[in-house]
Design a protein around this ligand. Structure first.
Ligand code: GLC
Ligand code: CA
Length: 533
């Protein structure tokens, strides 16, 4: 196969508020990202995805967009964005923006108009419904951030729908005028040269036309949060969403391969594997990469991970390219979930599976979740449902760059506290350490860049037992074995005959022993890549 950049490449997610501040307001900005491009280039990633930078009241930290064609002053200006894009491209780094099509801020001029009167031409741009006969909300749909997903509007005597906060009103994508306006917003950025989008909550965009009640969730536990009281059967993943995803793909494809190659679309979709696969498209192609979040929640157990990987691979449509993710700005960090020793093994897994990996900023430092004192909580999710560990501030803390004041992130007070160990867990320090997780990430990324077997090679699980997860990657004459010990005790792996004389190419630990007569010993928490060359 001829590999495309988004198939061999590695994507790196930047939470812009937390990456690098340059104007001393304690919040990261576009100039800050530009300043750190050399770091990103040296790390060896191919593209950055930047969480929303548009003008926003920031009630949901930018996922409440008030203007799709601008830059929030806190992040800088459109000119800053153009500079960043040019500088990234000069280093061969593509830039993906976060497109948030499901909902707008309640301050977006469209919504302000829409709520002004029932007869307003933009009324039907959002989802307005009469009350139920008892005067309550039109149905039982629950916001992902808890409580009814319907907000009463006194002035016009109707409810509007919001899948998230009441300050995030859902657009009515059944209205062709909405589609046209939003497609124009995509073109606005593509015309400027962006390399694609991560599409926010793609599976939410269309709701059942007659708004039936969602069925109760028989497995609901209060600890899951309010949203899981019902199954989102009618409020998400409706068949009509696929036409929209295909339209978006056609727009991206219409930009061809000028510049650094194809424009790519990545869909944020939390669904079961079978449902997820639908978003690759059928007759009409849809998103290039429906985000595969399977590794985030899976039990960290070799046998079940092997089964999960096999199931995902088997479910892919013939032309569907796989992808893998360990964390993002909404979910606990891999360092917190799996611990420091296994975070290294997880890095090797992420960067040696078949498919496009997405890294979350700071994971290359082994950052863990940072405990946020109650008085400093900012995330609306935590504020609305405190104490359930659903809050996202702990995974959005500033990037620690060096040992100077505020870890080189800002000259002011950072908007969220730094990791407590920032004096040693920072880029400058860990770059010098031959066995830091940062050095491991660099070596894994370099190995992946020079060996196509690791990115686009065929994948086959190997027989393994207990805590060992092992697989083969093969491309042309190149054959590699990845063997991961997910446990805290040393383990043996019997290698297949063809690999009995292979040697370690890279280990997650210092030094690694070669296999003897096909018998590979893995130390506790060790992962190795073996080569036959
Ligand atoms: C997505 C984003 C999340 C946001 C939500 C609403 O899930 O990743 O951060 O709160 O959409 O836009
Ligand atoms: Ca700033």
């Amino acid at each position: 196969m001829t590999a495309l950049w988004w198939q061999t490449g590695v994507i790196y997610q930047i939470y812009p508020r937390s990456f690098q501040d340059t104007n001393g307001d304690g919040m990261g900005d576009l100039k800050g990202i530009e300043q750190r491009l050399d770091y990103l280039a040296s790390l060896g990633i191919d593209a950055i995805w930047i969480s929303p930078i548009y003008p926003s009241p920031m009630v949901d930290f930018g996922y409440d967009v008030a203007d799709y064609c601008g830059v929030d002053a806190r992040f800088g200006t459109l000119a800053d964005f153009d500079d960043l894009l040019a500088q990234a491209h000069a280093r061969g780094i593509r830039v993906l923006l976060d497109f948030v099509p499901n909902h707008t801020s309640d301050r977006h001029p469209w919504f302000v108009e829409s709520r002004s009167s029932r007869g307003d031409p933009k009324r039907d741009w959002y989802i307005w419904r009469d009350p139920a006969p008892d005067g309550g909300p039109p149905n039982n749909w629950i916001s992902d951030f808890s409580g009814s997903a319907w907000e009463w509007d006194e002035a016009t005597g109707q409810y509007y729908y919001h899948a998230f906060l009441k300050e995030q009103a859902d657009l009515n994508w059944r209205n062709p005028a909405v589609r046209a306006a939003m497609y124009d917003a995509m073109r606005f950025w593509l015309d400027r040269g962006v390399d694609g989008f991560r599409i926010d909550v793609l599976w939410h965009m269309v709701k059942a036309a007659d708004f039936p009640d969602n069925p109760p969730n028989p497995d609901h536990q209060p600890a899951m949060g309010d949203m899981h009281r019902v199954l989102q059967l009618h409020s998400t993943d409706q068949p009509e969403v696929h036409c929209i995803a295909a339209d978006m793909r056609a727009i991206a494809d219409s930009y061809g391969t000028k510049g650094l190659g194809e424009r790519v679309l990545i869909g944020e979709i939390y669904l079961t594997i079978d449902r997820l696969m639908q978003y690759y498209g059928g007759e009409r192609a849809e998103v290039h990469l429906p985000f595969n979040f399977q590794l985030i929640d899976a039990p960290w157990q070799a046998r079940s991970l092997a089964e999960l990987i096999a199931r995902y691979e088997a479910a892919l449509p013939p032309s569907g390219w796989p992808n893998w993710v360990l964390g993002n700005h909404d979910r606990p960090r891999v360092g917190a979930k799996r611990g420091q020793a296994q975070a290294r093994v997880a890095a090797m897994l992420l960067l040696t599976l078949r498919g496009t990996p997405t890294l979350y900023y700071g994971d290359e430092l082994g950052l863990s979740d940072v405990a946020i004192p109650a008085a400093q909580v900012q995330d609306p999710r935590e504020l609305r449902e405190p104490g359930l560990a659903l809050g996202r501030d702990p995974v959005r803390t500033p990037m620690p760059w060096d040992g100077s004041e505020n870890a080189g992130f800002t000259t002011a007070k950072p908007w969220l506290p730094l990791n407590k160990d920032w004096a040693t867990r920072n880029v400058a320090q860990m770059a010098e350490e031959p066995h830091s997780i940062l050095t491991l990430y660099r070596r894994l990324l370099a190995a992946r860049r020079t060996r196509l077997a690791l990115s686009i090679g065929d994948f086959a699980l190997l027989d393994a037992e207990g805590d060992v997860l092992a697989y083969e990657r093969r491309h042309g004459t190149e054959r590699l074995i990845v063997a991961l010990n997910l446990g805290g005790q040393s383990r043996r792996l019997q290698l297949p005959d063809w690999a009995s004389h292979c040697r370690p190419l890279l280990s997650t630990l210092a030094g690694a022993a070669p296999a003897r007569d096909g018998d590979l010993r893995l130390r506790a928490d060790e992962g190795v890549i073996l080569t036959t060359e």
